[in-house]
Design a binder for this molecule. Sequence first.
Ligand code: GAR
Length: 193
Amino acid sequence: MENKVYKIAILASGAGSNAKNLILDSRKDSNKVYKVELVITNNKDAGVINICHQLGVPCFLWKKDSFLSPDFLINSLKNNSIDYIILAGFLLKISDKIIENFPKKIINIHPSLLPKYGGNGMYGNKVHQAVLDNKEKESGITIHFVNEHYDEGEIISQKKISLNELETINSLRERINILEHEEFPKTLRLIFK
Ligand code: GAR
Protein backbone atom coordinates (compact mmCIF):
# COMPACT_ATOMS: atom_id res chain seq x y z
CA MET A 1 0.00 0.00 0.00
CA GLU A 2 1.25 3.48 -0.83
CA ASN A 3 2.12 5.78 2.08
CA LYS A 4 -0.14 8.77 2.56
CA VAL A 5 1.48 12.05 1.57
CA TYR A 6 0.19 14.69 4.00
CA LYS A 7 -0.82 17.95 2.41
CA ILE A 8 0.22 20.97 4.42
CA ALA A 9 -0.53 24.67 4.22
CA ILE A 10 2.11 26.97 5.69
CA LEU A 11 1.06 30.30 7.20
CA ALA A 12 3.90 32.82 7.41
CA SER A 13 4.14 36.57 7.98
CA GLY A 14 7.84 37.31 7.53
CA ALA A 15 11.14 36.31 5.97
CA GLY A 16 10.01 32.73 5.42
CA SER A 17 13.22 30.84 6.15
CA ASN A 18 11.30 28.09 7.94
CA ALA A 19 8.78 27.88 5.11
CA LYS A 20 11.63 27.55 2.60
CA ASN A 21 13.31 24.90 4.71
CA LEU A 22 10.09 22.86 4.91
CA ILE A 23 9.43 23.15 1.18
CA LEU A 24 12.95 21.91 0.39
CA ASP A 25 12.76 19.16 3.02
CA SER A 26 9.42 17.92 1.70
CA ARG A 27 10.99 17.36 -1.71
CA LYS A 28 13.98 15.40 -0.47
CA ASP A 29 13.23 11.72 -0.75
CA SER A 30 11.46 9.53 -3.22
CA ASN A 31 9.19 8.16 -0.50
CA LYS A 32 7.50 11.46 0.25
CA VAL A 33 5.87 12.05 3.64
CA TYR A 34 4.40 15.50 3.14
CA LYS A 35 3.89 18.11 0.50
CA VAL A 36 3.67 21.87 0.91
CA GLU A 37 0.51 22.43 -1.08
CA LEU A 38 0.30 26.18 -0.57
CA VAL A 39 1.51 29.08 1.54
CA ILE A 40 -0.67 31.84 2.97
CA THR A 41 0.60 35.18 4.22
CA ASN A 42 -1.10 38.21 5.72
CA ASN A 43 1.80 40.53 4.81
CA LYS A 44 2.25 41.92 1.31
CA ASP A 45 5.94 42.62 2.03
CA ALA A 46 6.73 39.19 3.42
CA GLY A 47 9.92 37.60 2.09
CA VAL A 48 8.08 34.31 1.92
CA ILE A 49 6.23 35.52 -1.20
CA ASN A 50 9.48 35.63 -3.21
CA ILE A 51 10.60 32.31 -1.83
CA CYS A 52 7.36 30.72 -3.05
CA HIS A 53 7.78 32.23 -6.51
CA GLN A 54 11.33 30.89 -6.71
CA LEU A 55 10.32 27.42 -5.56
CA GLY A 56 7.08 27.21 -7.52
CA VAL A 57 4.72 26.95 -4.56
CA PRO A 58 1.37 28.78 -4.71
CA CYS A 59 1.34 31.69 -2.27
CA PHE A 60 -1.79 33.62 -1.33
CA LEU A 61 -2.07 36.99 0.36
CA TRP A 62 -5.09 37.13 2.68
CA LYS A 63 -6.19 40.21 4.59
CA LYS A 64 -6.36 40.19 8.38
CA ASP A 65 -10.19 40.10 8.19
CA SER A 66 -10.07 36.75 6.41
CA PHE A 67 -8.51 35.25 9.51
CA LEU A 68 -11.04 36.87 11.86
CA SER A 69 -14.09 35.72 9.82
CA PRO A 70 -12.50 32.65 8.39
CA ASP A 71 -15.30 30.75 6.60
CA PHE A 72 -13.82 31.39 3.19
CA LEU A 73 -10.32 30.51 4.37
CA ILE A 74 -11.53 27.27 5.97
CA ASN A 75 -13.40 26.27 2.82
CA SER A 76 -10.40 27.01 0.71
CA LEU A 77 -8.16 24.84 2.93
CA LYS A 78 -10.72 22.02 2.88
CA ASN A 79 -11.17 22.27 -0.89
CA ASN A 80 -7.42 21.82 -1.22
CA SER A 81 -7.62 18.73 1.07
CA ILE A 82 -5.17 20.28 3.54
CA ASP A 83 -4.33 17.82 6.36
CA TYR A 84 -2.19 20.10 8.54
CA ILE A 85 -1.73 23.84 8.94
CA ILE A 86 1.81 24.78 9.87
CA LEU A 87 2.56 28.18 11.38
CA ALA A 88 6.09 29.27 10.48
CA GLY A 89 6.49 32.79 11.83
CA PHE A 90 2.79 33.62 11.49
CA LEU A 91 1.90 36.57 13.68
CA LEU A 92 -1.92 36.75 13.65
CA LYS A 93 -4.03 34.88 16.16
CA ILE A 94 -5.69 31.74 14.85
CA SER A 95 -9.43 32.06 15.47
CA ASP A 96 -11.42 29.46 17.42
CA LYS A 97 -13.36 28.57 14.29
CA ILE A 98 -10.22 27.55 12.40
CA ILE A 99 -9.09 25.50 15.41
CA GLU A 100 -12.51 23.76 15.63
CA ASN A 101 -12.25 22.83 11.97
CA PHE A 102 -8.69 21.50 12.25
CA PRO A 103 -8.52 19.89 15.71
CA LYS A 104 -4.91 18.95 16.59
CA LYS A 105 -3.99 19.70 13.02
CA ILE A 106 -2.43 23.14 13.52
CA ILE A 107 1.21 23.26 14.60
CA ASN A 108 3.31 26.28 15.55
CA ILE A 109 7.01 26.86 16.07
CA HIS A 110 8.08 29.38 18.70
CA PRO A 111 11.63 30.68 19.31
CA SER A 112 11.73 30.14 23.10
CA LEU A 113 11.25 27.46 25.71
CA LEU A 114 7.53 27.90 26.30
CA PRO A 115 5.80 28.74 28.58
CA LYS A 116 8.62 31.26 28.98
CA TYR A 117 8.60 34.21 26.58
CA GLY A 118 5.36 33.36 24.82
CA GLY A 119 2.03 35.12 24.41
CA ASN A 120 0.62 38.03 22.47
CA GLY A 121 3.32 40.33 21.10
CA MET A 122 6.14 37.87 21.79
CA TYR A 123 7.75 37.04 18.48
CA GLY A 124 11.08 37.20 16.69
CA ASN A 125 13.63 39.59 18.16
CA LYS A 126 11.32 40.58 21.03
CA VAL A 127 11.64 37.07 22.38
CA HIS A 128 15.42 37.03 22.06
CA GLN A 129 15.79 40.49 23.61
CA ALA A 130 13.70 39.47 26.62
CA VAL A 131 15.78 36.31 27.04
CA LEU A 132 19.00 38.37 27.01
CA ASP A 133 17.57 41.09 29.30
CA ASN A 134 16.71 38.44 31.88
CA LYS A 135 20.21 36.97 31.64
CA GLU A 136 18.85 33.50 30.95
CA LYS A 137 21.39 30.69 30.86
CA GLU A 138 19.50 28.84 28.15
CA SER A 139 16.95 29.34 25.42
CA GLY A 140 15.56 27.16 22.68
CA ILE A 141 12.57 26.34 20.53
CA THR A 142 9.14 24.86 21.09
CA ILE A 143 6.95 23.06 18.58
CA HIS A 144 3.36 22.77 19.77
CA PHE A 145 -0.24 22.26 18.77
CA VAL A 146 -2.20 25.49 18.53
CA ASN A 147 -5.14 26.07 20.85
CA GLU A 148 -7.30 29.15 21.48
CA HIS A 149 -4.58 30.86 23.58
CA TYR A 150 -1.39 32.32 22.14
CA ASP A 151 1.52 29.85 22.51
CA GLU A 152 -0.29 27.64 25.05
CA GLY A 153 -1.24 24.49 23.15
CA GLU A 154 0.13 21.03 23.96
CA ILE A 155 3.89 20.86 23.51
CA ILE A 156 5.16 18.35 20.95
CA SER A 157 8.89 18.94 21.33
CA GLN A 158 11.45 21.36 22.73
CA LYS A 159 15.17 21.77 22.10
CA LYS A 160 17.54 23.80 24.28
CA ILE A 161 20.76 25.68 23.70
CA SER A 162 23.08 27.09 26.37
CA LEU A 163 23.74 30.79 26.12
CA ASN A 164 27.25 32.13 26.47
CA GLU A 165 28.31 35.38 28.08
CA LEU A 166 29.03 37.05 24.75
CA GLU A 167 25.63 36.18 23.27
CA THR A 168 24.09 39.02 21.26
CA ILE A 169 20.67 39.32 19.74
CA ASN A 170 22.13 38.47 16.32
CA SER A 171 24.03 35.42 17.50
CA LEU A 172 21.02 34.17 19.45
CA ARG A 173 18.63 34.67 16.54
CA GLU A 174 21.02 32.86 14.22
CA ARG A 175 21.52 29.91 16.58
CA ILE A 176 17.77 29.60 17.15
CA ASN A 177 17.17 29.78 13.42
CA ILE A 178 19.63 26.94 12.78
CA LEU A 179 17.96 24.86 15.51
CA GLU A 180 14.51 25.53 14.01
CA HIS A 181 15.69 24.45 10.57
CA GLU A 182 17.10 21.21 12.00
CA GLU A 183 14.20 20.31 14.25
CA PHE A 184 10.98 21.48 12.57
CA PRO A 185 11.14 19.07 9.59
CA LYS A 186 12.25 16.21 11.86
CA THR A 187 9.36 16.74 14.25
CA LEU A 188 6.80 17.07 11.46
CA ARG A 189 8.05 13.88 9.81
CA LEU A 190 7.58 12.03 13.13
CA ILE A 191 4.01 13.33 13.44
CA PHE A 192 3.17 12.38 9.86
CA LYS A 193 4.50 8.81 10.16
C1 GAR B 1 10.89 32.01 13.70
O1 GAR B 1 11.97 32.17 14.58
C2 GAR B 1 9.67 31.51 14.45
O2 GAR B 1 9.97 30.67 15.51
C3 GAR B 1 9.09 32.81 14.96
O3 GAR B 1 9.23 33.70 13.88
C4 GAR B 1 10.42 33.37 13.16
C5 GAR B 1 10.09 33.31 11.71
O4 GAR B 1 11.26 33.25 10.93
N1 GAR B 1 7.74 32.67 15.37
C6 GAR B 1 7.22 33.36 16.37
O5 GAR B 1 7.85 34.18 17.00
C7 GAR B 1 5.77 33.00 16.67
N2 GAR B 1 5.36 33.58 17.91
P1 GAR B 1 11.18 32.89 9.40
O6 GAR B 1 10.16 33.85 8.76
O7 GAR B 1 12.55 33.12 8.89
O8 GAR B 1 10.74 31.47 9.27
